[in-house]
Ligand binder design. Structure first.
Ligand code: HEM
Length: 489
């Protein structure tokens, strides 16, 4: 009895001391909800960063505020000015990625997306340098995208106007662009391994911003020992990694490193080149994780945006009409769409950008971490502080967009109908960790979107009057499943 009283008193004393310590520590940070020991202040947003909770947070505490993820402070940036300045003013200082229990379990600090320091610098530099060598942003990759666009057109043509869910064929087309570059081959629509790979990535992405994810970060012991989502996420990750290792093995057997044809060949050549270089970060684990990251970063995002693109064409048939009129006026019906065509198609280009803005598929960046003591928006930020930028709030900032909550291609057009870029267009984030795949994504979206609209009029299935434009909440904001009819023009 006595022992229990002593133990309880001790725990209460420790918790109170922790509580006071956290209040004291939070003094130098921007305002925010009261942090408590163990759970921090993430309870205030109901253990999930969604649109509503982040908006409420900014309304209550301002555009620069603090949430505590357990015992770690996290600055939350809201609205264009805070997001842009916070990520770019001392860009290198805030270029770290948060290292947490889950991230370490899933990526072990390797690859590009959640790595840090020398590993991040070398893998990002090499990864995207190699993609450029393989044609990213030029004719080389354009041919790959045109090929996938052609398969997608064939898919819809074969359906002969019958109602169909476009999701999987779109995911298939977009993923195949990256597969061709990384593995040197594409998958057929029926391929079982391909279906399993997509399922595995989907699961990891959905896990990323779920309540369970935050719980696992706060209570790693339970996450480790209870069967459940974390185990499934790890299983999904292992499945993808063993597939990539299999690909590496077969590339090794082909022995093409003197005349590399795809990303894996180039990486194997790099391994050979750097095998005696001290401190080199090029090894098989980083190769597997980089491939994983290119696939994760490059397919789900672009495919989700393309799914929104077709959905918006159903919801706004007048805009679909206008795009088709522009395509017909400028290009011959048999013209093979290329990225250069955007210069002659300002309205269509504006529509593609408005799709990226309005669908706003990335709500928040994967949190950054201050790599040294620095200043963010006038606040002293100690090394290790997390920074979470609400990209979505910049894309809908009423001070920067005329009609933020309307789908309005005019946001990207001047009075003369010419295409204009907008400073608040931060769909690909900003600063040192901004998306390195922006050009590739825009190229894919433009070519696939135009190729489809050149050939088909998209309509709602007979009898369907309305379509759900709400998103399904996850790491990316996806549309609800829907069906459409692609009628040959
Ligand atoms: C519509 C398509 C896409 C959108 C909206 C998008 C958006 C983003 C955003 C917001 C970030 C986070 C940046 C930050 O932390 O500040 C990011 C990072 C990243 N993206 Fe994309 N992305 C897209 C397509 C692509 C493509 C096609 C690739 C490559 C093949 C790619 C590869 C990556 C990688 C590797 C990172 C991590 C960069 C780093 O941590 O250094 N993304 N993307």
């Amino acid at each position: 009895m006595m022992i229990s009283v002593i133990l309880i008193s001790l725990v209460l004393f420790l918790l109170s001391a922790q509580f006071l310590n956290m209040q004291w520590k939070s003094c130098g940070f921007p305002p925010g909800p009261t942090p408590f020991p163990i759970i921090g202040s993430i309870w205030w947003i109901n253990f999930r960063a969604d649109h509503r909770s982040l908006k409420k947070l900014a309304k209550t505490y301002g555009n620069i505020c603090t949430l505590w993820l357990g015992h770690r402070p996290m600055m939350v940036l809201y609205g264009f000015q805070a997001v842009k300045n916070g990520l770019t003013n001392n860009s290198e200082d805030v270029s770290g990625r948060l290292q947490t229990y889950i991230f370490n379990k899933l990526a072990d600090g390797k690859g590009i997306l959640v790595s840090n320091g020398l590993i991040w610098k070398q893998q990002r530099h090499f990864g995207f340098g190699t993609l450029r060598k393989l044609g990213m942003g030029n004719k080389g990759m354009e041919r790959g995208i045109q090929t996938e666009a052609r398969y997608l057109v064939e898919f819809f043509r074969d359906k002969e106007g019958e109602a169909v869910d476009p999701s999987f064929p779109i995911v298939h087309a977009v993923s195949n662009v990256i597969c061709a570059v990384v593995f040197g081959h594409r998958f057929s629509l029926e391929d079982k391994t391909f279906h399993q790979l997509i399922e595995a990535f989907d699961y990891i992405v959905a896990f990323g911003n779920s309540r369970f994810y935050y719980m696992c970060e706060m209570f790693p012991w339970f996450a480790e020992h209870l069967p459940g989502p974390l185990q499934k996420a790890r299983f999904s990750r292992d499945f993808v990694c063993s597939f990539v290792r299999q690909e590496i093995k077969s590339h090794r057997e082909k022995g093409r490193i003197d005349e590399p044809e795809d990303f894996i060949d180039f990486y194997l050549k790099q391994l050979e080149k750097t095998k005696n270089v001290p401190n080199s970060t090029f090894d098989e684990d980083n190769m597997v994780q980089s491939v994983f990251d290119l696939f994760l970063g490059g397919s789900e995002t672009t495919a989700t945006t393309l799914r929104w693109a077709l959905l918006y064409m159903l919801v706004y048939p007048d805009i679909q009409d206008k795009v088709q009129k522009e395509l017909d006026a400028v290009l011959s019906p048999s013209h093979l769409i290329c990225y250069e065509d955007r210069k002659k198609l300002p309205y269509t280009n504006a529509v593609v950008h408005e799709i990226l803005r309005f669908s706003s598929i990335v709500l928040i960046t994967i949190p950054r971490e201050a790599v040294k003591d620095t200043t963010v928006l006038g606040y002293h930020v100690p090394k290790g502080t997390l920074i979470m930028a609400n990209v979505d709030s910049a894309l809908f900032d009423p001070d920067y967009w005329e009609t933020p909550h309307q789908f309005n291609p005019g946001h990207f057009l001047d009075k003369g109908g010419n295409f204009v870029t907008r400073e608040a267009f931060l769909a690909f984030s900003a600063g040192h960790r901004a998306c390195p795949g922006e050009t590739m994504a825009k190229m894919e979206l433009f070519i696939m979107f135009c190729s489809l609209l050149q050939k088909f009029k998209f309509t709602l299935p007979e009898g369907v009057k309305e379509i759900n434009t709400d998103f399904v909440f996850g790491s990316t904001m996806k549309p609800h499943p829907y069906k459409l009819c692609a009628v040959l023009r």
